[in-house]
Design a protein around this ligand. Sequence first.
Ligand code: NDP
Length: 278
Amino acid sequence: MSRPSQFAVFGHPIAHSLSPRIHQAFAQQFGIALEYRTIDAAPSVFADAVRHFFSEEQGRGANVTLPHKSSAFALADERTEAAARAGTANVLTRLADGRLAAHNTDGAALVRDLTDRHRLDLRGHDTLLLGAGGAARAVAWSLFEAGVQTLTIVNRSPEAADALADAIGEPARVHTRYWEDLGNIGSFDLIVNATSAGTLGQALTLPLSLVGSRAVCYDLGYGASAFGFLAWARATGALHAYDGLGMLVEQAADAFQLWHGKRPDTEPVYKSLRTQGA
Ligand code: NDP
């Protein structure tokens, strides 16, 4: 019997990752036998670990999470437009000739979670994006292309926000503001927290005035890392407050489709993770 196809998620730390469960659940939908494991690689050995996985172990595809998304982008032989815009990759795929392709499915995943799962029509939404790191860069483009009316990017380090807005290059719809000015920039219909503050165990201090009367608040983090932002959102009276679990499942579905050419049904997997308290 042939060995099941090789897949993995690289991160540091990585033991907490839900990706193996998600990919195994998708594989079960199609009767695919899958070997999908976590690979904990410190930044200094990441590139070597990736090369070993794809060349020595015949790896076919890998997910990549913190802190390796920029390195994954840099070491790939070719990159999709979404990855190039973000400057990061969350998926690596071995091509038929052995070269590695970098993809970034985070932005599309957020938009699908908001529009398909949470039934939000993004058109016309004045949107605040907190953060300008790799995930923020991915989701900014996708939110813009999904038709938000305006996108205001605010980052602790303002240069990164300015660079992102300049890259999108639509000053009539995409602006930046200083973090210190959050208290006087008005209110928004959609607020997306793409900072890693929650993941790092740091609290964000955000003014209540940001939240419009029917605002939706979304934290890219999930589990405990999203608790602080979601508690703030609920305290402001936001219409809805969502975490990034749906986005996580959606980005995995995109990776699964890239590797297996089949589109999994994300809803049962999302519901199962939610029921299990993820
Ligand atoms: P990066 O390290 O690339 O960027 C971190 C961002 O957070 C930067 O903009 C940084 O600002 C900001 N930041 C960090 N700490 C603070 C703080 N205390 N106050 C204000 N801003 C802060 O991380 P990523 O962009 O890759 O990831 C961001 C988050 O998104 C993570 O929590 C990650 O887990 C989550 N994520 C979730 C996904 C999902 O599928 N649900 C997919 C991808 C990411 P500065 O530039 O000033 O340092």
